[in-house]
Write a protein that binds this ligand. Sequence first.
Ligand SMILES: C[S@@+](CC[C@H](N)C(=O)[O-])C[C@H]1O[C@@H](n2cnc3c(N)ncnc32)[C@H](O)[C@@H]1O
Length: 616
Amino acid sequence: MVLSPVIGKLLQKRVVLASASPRRREILSHAGLRFEVVPSRFKEKLDKASFPTPYAYAIETAKQKALEVARRMHQKDLRAPDVVIGADTIVTIGGLILEKPVDKQDAYRMLSRLNGKEHSVFTGVAIVHCCTTDAQLDLEVSEFHEETTVKFSELSEELLWEYIDSGEPMDKAGGYGIQALGGMLVEHVRGDFLNVVGFPLNHFCKKLVELYSLPRREDLRRVKHDSIPPVDTFENLSDVEGSGSDPAQGDDGGGHGRAEADGDRTQAPAGPQGTDSHGTGESPPPFPAGLLELIDGFKASKALFVACKLNVFDVLKVDGPLKAVDIAGKIDASVCGTERLLDVCVALGLLEKTDRGYRNTELADVHLASDGEYSLHSLAMHSNDHFWSLFTDLELAVREGASAAFGRKAEEPVQSKHKTLQFMRAMHGFAMLTARQVATAFDLSQFTSACDLGGCTGALARALTQEYPRLKVTVFDLPEVIEHVTCFQPEGRRTDRISFMPGDFFKDDLPEADLYILSRILHEWPDDKVCELLSRVSSRCKPGGGILVAEKILEDKPAARGSLPASLNLLVRTQGRERGLPEYRGLLERHGFRDVRLAHAGDRLDVMLGTRASPP
Ligand SMILES: C[S@@+](CC[C@H](N)C(=O)[O-])C[C@H]1O[C@@H](n2cnc3c(N)ncnc32)[C@H](O)[C@@H]1O
């Protein structure tokens, strides 16, 4: 899972939860988020009938709650937090939104309505990013909702009344709390359980990935300070002195109830980072957390590389949790150095620190331990041993251009077995994560034979043969690579539909095939070499045959983060470069391939499929 690194992005920001719900607080703090709690004073009196759907109502309520807190904190000390999170959970059945019961009879009416039936629980979530420029508050709102279906058992009158008499239903929307006694009423839940408790953590984390890993600003609705509809909850600003930001405060009795409505009574005195006024002197510019993260980025990478190199994740995968002193012993390093490295790994979301010591996060177990099908350990090692030193010459490469820099730093022609294997493992780790998406980006079932040029360990070939039962694939790569491919063949999953052929695609005859594949090959080469290779493929490919090219396509819009380091990689390492779709299309068409179509295969690769035209 990607939760920790994403939550980690928020660790350097001042995050506020605009909700008094202890349940939400618990869910988010268990996920590792550090935040303050400032219950919203937004009065929930939006006209439900004016919303097209129940969830639109929940989203709007969540948004108004978060905006109210952002504006109030800004007005209070002219420095809003970086992020305010608002949430609103509602229960609906047959188009009816159920509020908190006003008395026992009302609770009985609600529970009888839910009895033996399915209903929906919606949580609307708003993530408000705040930016203060010249004392003006600028807000960006990103919002989403999650729906979970809950089915109640057929419940006897006696049981319903017993539950009502427990007092639990009274402060909860829909009249029950699934995390406590109310759980006994529930036959099944379809969807995210935590959504019913009050906060859809999984969807929230996915949203954070979207917002922080690959910013898609079009998804963010920019709301100018002035355009925010006035929220009539500033009953008395002086009152704000008492509005707390102490996570220990606040209580709404939990459940999927509407804790925020009575959040006022839960407010505590402001903490050190609270909302007290600090005077009206000049306020500093907004804290450039993202920039500082960039400046420190190399330290984070190096810490990750060193932890991989010292096999920290392997040790913890087998023996964790372990104390720092025990890990230091196992990796033959100093205790103080190990402890610091481990703590950095915790901050980076790679490790967790528990009472019993450090242990891997799921991310580290799956991707950073050196074993495992989806390990990126070797990619990290290749980056450490190879790219790290190349990038120290980035300035030279930028000053002189790729060719000049490449001339100076031409890679050693003869690679040691160790280096070749490390390179292959690095390629393999990435390919294992992308192969299936590349294989299925288009329907390739019309092809019966394919040749994967520079196919390395055969990871894509395996995904192709799994996907297309008629397809035979030849993996064509340099002899020194083919020599080691057996190390990458999974036991018990071999197929005679994959063969490996050593050769140089610039010199040797290419194997016969209906479909030629070039995955992450063309970007390695300058235009003249790309043309040479395409022309060789084109003359070998029969009319009606195909060419499948997998690359990260450069886009006109601000480049996706994923392709930026790659383009610099190429500058320091090869004479190649990333290209845009028109350029790839032009190159393919010039070499006799028509109908070039594009499909996306995840964040890191795009796939183009062209058909060999009949020669004129
Ligand atoms: C960046 S890797 C890509 C590997 C694989 N296609 C993938 O997508 O993961 C480039 C591959 O091309 C191979 N290669 C480089 N030059 C070659 C050549 N002249 N002939 C055949 N293969 C070559 C390398 O050995 C390496 O396996």
